[in-house]
Design a protein around this ligand. Structure first.
Ligand code: HEC
Length: 225
C-alpha cells in the first residue's frame, strides 16, 4: 500500500469515528430555549399529533459511546489504519497459515500410513478412497470427467484399455511424472525429400488421389521401412 492510500484510509476511518461522536453530541443536547420536559418540537400531524422535544435516553447514548470506544480499541489492536499493523501483530495471512499448518499436522500420520500401504490394499480402505475421490474431483475431473470416463482427447480411466499400463506402479508413475504422448521429428532421419515422399504417401491413405504418384510410390517404401 502506498503512503498516500495509507494516510487516506487512516484519515477516512478516524474522521468517521469523530463524525459519529459529534453527531451524537449534537443530537443529544437539549435544544436551546427548552423550558420544560413537556415542550414539543412544534410539529403537528393529523391536526393534534405532536412530538415531545426530549433528549435521547442515556442508556441508548451510552451504547453509541461504547461502540466508538470499541472501534478505537480495535484500531489500536488490529490492522485497520492504513499501514499500521496493530499492537497484536495479527494478520489474516498468519491466521490462514496457522490453520493450514494445524490441518497438515493432523493429517500427516494418516498420509504416512497410506504411503506405507500397497496400492491394492489401499483401494480397499474406504477412508482412503473418500480422500482419493475428493482429490480426483478437484484435480483430475476437469479433463477425465467426474465419472473418470474421459472425453475426446482425454483417456477413459474406467475401462481396461490403458495407454501406458494399468499396474499400480504404472498408474503411480503416470500421476507422478505425467505422460505426454508424442512423436519425434523425422527430418534428421529421412531428410526433407524423404519427408515429402512419406507425406505424399500418407496424404492418399484416406482415399484422396495424389497428383504425384511417383512420390507416393517412394513414400510407400519409406513408410514400410
Ligand atoms: C489437463 C488435463 C488432465 C488432467 C488435469 C489430468 N489428466 Fe490424466 N491424462 C490427460 C491426458 C491428455 C492423458 C493422455 C496422455 C497421453 O496420451 O500421453 C492422460 C493420461 C492419464 C492416465 C494414463 C491412462 C492410460 O491409459 O495409461 C492416467 C492414469 C491419468 N491420466 C490419471 C490422472 C489423474 C489421477 C489425474 C489427477 C491427479 C489426472 N490424470 C489429471 C489429461 C489430464
Amino acid at each position: 500500500m502506498s503512503n498516500f492510500w495509507s494516510v487516506f484510509i487512516t484519515v477516512l476511518a478516524l474522521a468517521n469515528i469523530v463524525g459519529c461522536f459529534l453527531l451524537i453530541r449534537w443530537t443529544a443536547k437539549p435544544r436551546p430555549g427548552e423550558a420544560s420536559a413537556d415542550e414539543t418540537t412544534g410539529h403537528v400531524w393529523d391536526g393534534d399529533l405532536m412530538e415531545y422535544n426530549k433528549p435521547m435516553p442515556r442508556w441508548w447514548l451510552w451504547l453509541f459511546y461504547l461502540t466508538i470506544i470499541f472501534a478505537l480499541g480495535y484500531l489500536v489492536l488490529y490492522p485497520g489504519l492504513g499501514k499500521f499493523q496493530g499492537l497484536l501483530g495479527w494478520s489474516q495471512y498468519d491466521a490462514y497459515e496457522e490453520q493450514v499448518a494445524e490441518v497438515e499436522q493432523r493429517v500427516a500420520p494418516l498420509f504416512a500410513e497410506y504411503a506405507a500401504t500397497p496400492i491394492p490394499a489401499l483401494a480397499e480402505n474406504s477412508d482412503a478412497m473418500d480422500t482419493g475421490r475428493r482429490l480426483f474431483a478437484n484435480n483430475c475431473a476437469v479433463c477425465h470427467g467426474s465419472d473418470a470416463r474421459g472425453a475426446t482427447g482425454y483417456p477413459n480411466l474406467t475401462d481396461n484399455d490403458w495407454l501406458y499400463g494399468g499396474a499400480p506402479e504404472t498408474i503411480t508413475q503416470t500421476i507422478l511424472n505425467g505422460r505426454s504422448g508424442m512423436m519425434p521429428g523425422w527430418k534428421p532421419v529421412l531428410g526433407e525429400d524423404g519427408v515429402k515422399e512419406v507425406a505424399a504417401y500418407v496424404y492418399q491413405l484416406n482415399g484422396r488421389t495424389s497428383p504425384n504418384p511417383e512420390l507416393v510410390e517412394a513414400g510407400k517404401e519409406r513408410f514400410a521401412a
